[in-house]
Design a protein around this ligand. Structure first.
Ligand code: MOS
Length: 742
C-alpha cells in the first residue's frame, strides 16, 4: 500500500512501504494483446493520408511549386503549398505553410493528401519545387566563433572566482562535448484530424500522439481561431515521448489544416526519417569546465561555460549549467551559456534536457579532479555535499544523496576498485570502474481529477493526463484503490481525453507528483459524498453517524468506531437513485513551496570491459541507487530508471545525429546508422530506490522519476573507460576511432 498522508501529518514517521505488494501494469493486457490503440490506429471512416513534403536545402525562399504532374497522379485529393494554403494563426515555432521561407533542410513545405499513404508519397516525388537559395550555416565547428548569449538567461555568478582560484592547489580545465541527438520513441508522431460542422459551429476532433492533450487542444484552437471546447483531443496511449511529444509540432497542425482543405479526415504519420529534424533535437553542446579545489577536495571555483546550437526559428538553450549551480557546494561559481544559430531544426526538450548533457561534463571533470587530488571520486563529492540549495540557501524538502553513494557503492563493490587506470586485465579485456552523481529537479503542476463510485461496485477514475508508457494508468488506479482501501482490479481508469478534468503535460518528470495527489483528493471527496449519503439515509445502518467516523474498505462503508456496523456501497447507491457518487478535485500546490527546494538524487556506477586491441567497449554492469521519494510502483518505476540508464549507455557509446556539413540534413536518419543500444549492448542493470518519502513535496512523498536515470549515466561509463584504459575521451559518443587515437 502507498502511504498517503495529509500534508499536516508530514512530520510523522514514514509508514512501512512494501513495493512488492503493489499491482502490475494496468495496461499490460491491452498492450500485449494489441488492444491498446495508438493515435494512428483509430479506424476513421473515409480517412485520407497526408504526406509531409520537406525542403531539401537548408536556407532559401521557395519561388514556385509546380504540382501539375503530382495532382494528376493516382489517388491524389489535394496538394497544399504556401501558394494555396488557407491562412491560419501561426502558433509557436512551427512551419505551417504560411510563408515561403526555408530555414532548415527537412522543414515542412507542402502536404499531399491522397487515398493511400503510398499514393501520397509517390505524388510528393512529382512536385517540382524551385528555390532561391540563400547562404546557410549548418556547421557548428565552423560557426563556433559566432556564438552569442541567448535572448534569455544564460549566466550566473556567485562569490569571487578570481580570489577563490588563487587559493587552489588543484585545477583542472577541460572541454567536453556531446552530439546532436534525436528522440526516437517506438511510436513516431501521428495525428488523425476530423472536422465536423453543426449548429454550434465547426468542431475538430483529433487523435494525436502527445505528452500534453490540453496543450494540443489549446494550440489547435488558437491556430484555427475556434474555442478550445470545439477541439476534442484523444490520446489514450502514447508510445513513448521523451520530450519530442511535449511540443505541438507542424505535422499536427498540418493534419488539421489538410482535413479542412480536403473536407475529409486526414491521417499524418511521420516516417522514421521524418523524426530527425522537424520535430526537435537535443542540441549538441561544447562545454568548458574549470574546477579549482583545496587539498581536502573542497571546491573553491566551479566554472562552466557552455555553447550549443540553436535554430533560426527559436532560441532554445540546452540548459547544461542548471545543475552546476546546485549540485555541489562551491565557494565561487560562474556559468555562462551561448548559442550558435544554425539552419537546423529546432532544439527542444529531450529526456533530462540540460542535466543529461551537463552531467557529462561536470561529472567527468570531477573524476579528473579526483585523480589530480589523489582522492576517491565519492570522497570528493562528499567533501562538496550541498546541505542546502546553494542558490538561495533554502533547505531541501528531502535529500538522502549520502545514502545513495554508500548504498550504491556497497552494492557495486566500489571500494574494491583499483583507482589506478589501466591496471585491471582479464585476458584481452581491460576492466574499469567509474561513477557519477545523478540528479533532477522535482516539480508538480496543478491537476484536476474525478473519482466515481459506480452502481455496479466498480470505481471509475477520470483524469485529463496521458500515459507515455511510463505507468500513469497503473499509479492512478493504485492511488484510487489505496485511498479507498479497495482491490485495484475494481478500478477503471480513463486518461488521454480532453473531455476529462484537465491535468498538466507529461514532461519534466512531473506527472506522478501532479496526478496522484489530484486522484487522492478526488477519492477523498467521493468518499465524503458517500458518507453524507449514508448519514442522511434513514434506511442506512450508518444513518446519523459522524462523517469523520465513516471509512470505506473492500466495497463497504463502515463505522471506524464500530467496524461491525457497515453497509455495502452498492446497496447504498441502489437505494439512492442508482446513480454514481462522484468526487471532483483540484489539487493545489502547497502554499509554502517557495520556502524549500525539491530535487531528486542518485549515484550511478559503471563497470566496463574494453578490448585492448580493438577498443570495443562493453558495459558489463550498471548500478544505480536513487533517492526519488516514495517509489509508488516497483515495476514501472524501476523500469523507467533502467530505461534512463540504457539511454546513458547510448549517450556514452553510440548515439549521435550526423549533420551533413553542406546540406544541413541529418545524414543518418534511420536506425541502421543512428545507433542506439540493442539488448546485446545492455548487460546487467541493477537499480534500487531508497524509498524515503518526501512529504514536504506532496502528500504521497513521491517525486518524479522519468528523467533522473539518464543523468550521470554517460559520465559514469566514460569515467569507467578512463579507469580501464587511461584514455580520456571528452567528446561523446566514445567510439572505437576516438579511443584508438586517444
Ligand atoms: Mo521531458 S524531456 O520533459 O519529456
Amino acid at each position: 500500500m502507498i502511504a498517503i498522508q495529509d500534508e499536516q501529518q508530514a512530520e510523522q514517521a514514514p509508514a512501512k512501504l512494501d513495493p512488492r505488494e503493489l499491482p502490475h501494469r494496468y495496461d499490460a493486457f491491452a498492450k500485449v494483446t494489441g488492444r491498446a490503440k495508438y493515435a494512428a490506429e483509430f479506424p476513421t471512416k473515409d480517412v485520407a493520408y497526408g504526406y509531409i513534403v520537406q525542403a531539401d536545402i537548408p536556407s532559401a525562399s521557395i519561388t514556385s511549386i509546380d504540382d501539375s504532374a503530382a495532382s494528376r497522379a493516382a489517388g491524389v485529393y489535394n496538394i497544399i503549398t504556401p501558394f494555396n494554403t488557407p491562412k491560419i494563426v501561426v502558433t509557436g515555432n512551427v512551419n505551417v505553410l504560411q510563408n515561403t521561407d526555408v530555414v532548415f533542410s527537412g522543414q515542412p513545405i507542402a502536404v499531399v493528401v491522397a487515398r493511400s499513404l503510398v499514393e501520397a508519397e509517390q505524388a510528393a516525388k512529382l512536385l517540382r519545387i524551385t528555390y532561391k537559395a540563400k547562404p546557410a550555416d549548418v556547421d557548428f565547428a565552423k560557426r563556433f566563433g559566432a556564438a552569442r548569449p541567448p535572448h534569455r538567461g544564460g549566466a550566473s555568478l556567485r562569490g569571487n572566482p578570481e580570489a577563490s582560484l588563487a587559493k587552489a592547489v588543484a585545477v583542472i580545465e577541460e572541454t567536453y562535448s556531446t552530439p546532436l541527438q534525436n528522440h526516437n520513441p517506438m511510436e513516431p508522431h501521428a495525428t488523425i484530424a476530423t472536422w465536423t460542422s453543426g449548429t454550434d459551429g465547426e468542431k475538430l476532433s483529433v487523435y494525436d500522439a502527445t505528452q500534453g492533450i490540453t496543450d494540443v487542444q489549446r494550440t489547435l484552437a488558437r491556430a484555427f481561431s475556434i474555442p478550445p471546447e470545439s477541439v476534442h483531443v484523444q490520446c489514450p496511449y502514447t508510445g513513448g515521448g521523451f520530450g519530442c511529444k511535449g511540443y505541438v509540432w507542424s505535422h499536427t497542425i498540418l493534419a488539421a489544416l489538410a482535413a479542412k482543405v480536403a473536407q475529409r479526415p486526414v491521417k499524418v504519420v511521420l516516417g522514421r526519417e521524418q523524426m530527425f529534424g522537424p520535430v526537435g533535437s537535443r542540441p549538441n553542446t561544447r562545454q568548458h569546465i574549470k574546477l579549482a579545489a583545496a587539498a581536502d577536495g573542497k571546491l573553491l571555483l566551479t566554472q562552466h561555460d557552455t555553447t550549443c546550437y540553436t535554430s533560426l526559428i527559436s532560441d532554445w538553450v540546452e540548459g547544461t549549467t542548471g545543475q552546476t549551480e546546485l549540485l555541489y557546494d562551491t565557494e565561487s561559481l560562474s556559468t555562462t551559456s551561448k548559442v550558435v544559430p544554425l539552419n537546423l531544426g529546432m532544439g527542444t526538450w529531450m529526456r533530462a534536457p540540460g542535466e543529461a548533457t551537463g552531467s557529462v561534463a561536470l561529472e567527468m571533470a570531477l573524476d579528473e579532479l579526483a585523480e589530480k587530488l589523489n582522492m576517491d571520486p565519492i570522497q570528493l563529492r562528499l567533501a562538496n555535499y550541498a546541505e542546502k540549495d546553494p542558490r538561495q540557501g533554502r533547505p531541501w524538502s528531502s535529500k538522502n544523496l549520502r545514502k545513495c553513494y554508500t548504498e550504491g557503492a556497497e552494492r557495486f563493490g566500489w571500494f574494491k576498485r583499483n583507482a589506478k587506470p589501466g591496471q585491471n586485465r582479464e585476458g584481452n579485456w581491460l576492466i574499469g570502474h567509474g561513477m557519477a552523481t545523478a540528479n533532477y529537479g522535482a516539480g508538480r503542476s496543478p491537476s484536476n481529477a474525478l473519482v466515481r463510485f459506480l452502481p455496479n461496485g466498480r470505481v471509475f477514475v477520470g483524469i485529463g493526463t496521458q500515459d507515455l508508457g511510463t505507468g500513469t494508468y497503473t499509479i492512478v488506479a493504485q492511488t484510487a484503490a489505496d485511498t479507498l482501501f479497495m482491490d485495484p482490479t475494481l478500478v477503471d481508469v480513463k486518461l488521454g481525453d480532453t473531455t476529462l478534468p484537465p491535468s498538466g503535460g507529461s514532461g519534466g518528470s512531473t506527472t506522478a507528483a501532479s496526478v496522484c495527489p489530484a486522484v487522492y483528493d478526488a477519492a477523498l471527496q467521493a468518499k465524503l459524498k458517500l458518507a453524507q449519503l449514508a448519514i442522511a439515509d434513514a434506511r442506512s445502518p450508518l444513518h446519523g453517524a459522524g462523517a469523520e467516523d465513516l471509512e470505506t474498505k473492500d466495497g463497504k462503508l463502515y463505522l471506524k468506531s464500530n467496524p461491525g456496523k457497515s453497509e455495502a456501497i452498492t446497496a447504498l447507491i441502489a437505494r439512492n437513485g442508482n446513480t454514481p457518487v462522484e468526487g471532483v478535485a483540484k489539487s493545489q500546490l502547497p502554499s509554502d513551496r517557495d520556502t524549500f527546494t525539491s530535487h531528486s538524487w542518485g549515484a550511478i556506477f559503471a563497470e566496463v570491459a574494453v578490448d585492448a586491441h580493438t577498443h570495443m567497449v562493453q558495459v558489463r554492469r550498471m548500478v544505480g541507487s536513487y533517492d526519488i521519494g516514495t517509489l509508488i510502483n516497483q515495476k514501472t518505476g524501476i523500469n523507467q530508471l533502467s530505461g534512463g540508464i540504457v539511454w546513458g549507455i547510448s549517450m556514452a557509446l553510440y548515439e549521435a545525429a550526423l549533420i551533413d556539413p553542406t546540406y544541413g540534413r541529418t545524414a543518418n536518419e534511420n536506425f541502421a546508422e543512428y545507433h542506439v543500444p540493442v539488448n546485446a549492448d545492455v548487460h546487467q542493470i541493477d537499480v534500487t530506490c531508497l524509498n524515503i518519502p518526501d512529504y514536504k513535496f506532496n502528500p504521497l512523498g513521491a517525486r518524479g522519476i522519468g528523467e533522473i536515470g539518464i543523468t550521470g549515466a554517460a559520465a559514469a561509463v566514460a569515467n569507467a573507460i578512463y579507469n580501464a584504459t587511461g584514455k580520456r575521451v571528452r567528446d561523446l559518443p566514445i567510439t572505437l576511432d576516438k579511443l584508438m587515437q586517444a
